[in-house]
Design a protein around this ligand. Structure first.
Ligand SMILES: [Zn+2]
Length: 104
């Protein structure tokens, strides 16, 4: 089980507004078993199938199914894939600040 202390988990923050960047996560739905792997698992939901079925997944009335979100504990979304901004607004703000400092 992965249970890192908080201090060692690096949080990537936007270099403009200091908000933590969005995590790269994977949403898993309608599983017949709860998650047993090494990734960080949260937003867990356990549902008893009632009033519906999903024949393509062999899920039927009365089954217990699980949905959850997985995160590897270190992957965040970079702006344009490589910049530490939470989005275009912060990238622009940061750029303008740089320009002001250079008195252009
Ligand atoms: Zn930001």
């Amino acid at each position: 089980m992965l249970n890192k202390p908080k201090e060692t988990m690096k949080k990537l923050k936007c270099i403009s507004c200091n908000k933590t960047l969005r995590r790269v996560t994977q949403d898993i739905r309608n599983q017949k078993e709860s998650y047993k792997g090494n990734l960080i698992c949260y937003m867990k939901k356990k549902i008893i199938v009632d009033g519906f079925s999903i024949p393509s997944l062999n899920i039927k009335q009365g089954d217990t199914i699980y949905s959850y979100r997985l995160w590897d504990g270190e992957s965040y979304h970079y702006y344009l894939g490589k910049y530490r901004f939470c989005g275009v607004n912060c990238a622009a703000k940061y750029g303008i600040k740089q320009l002001n400092q250079r008195k252009l």
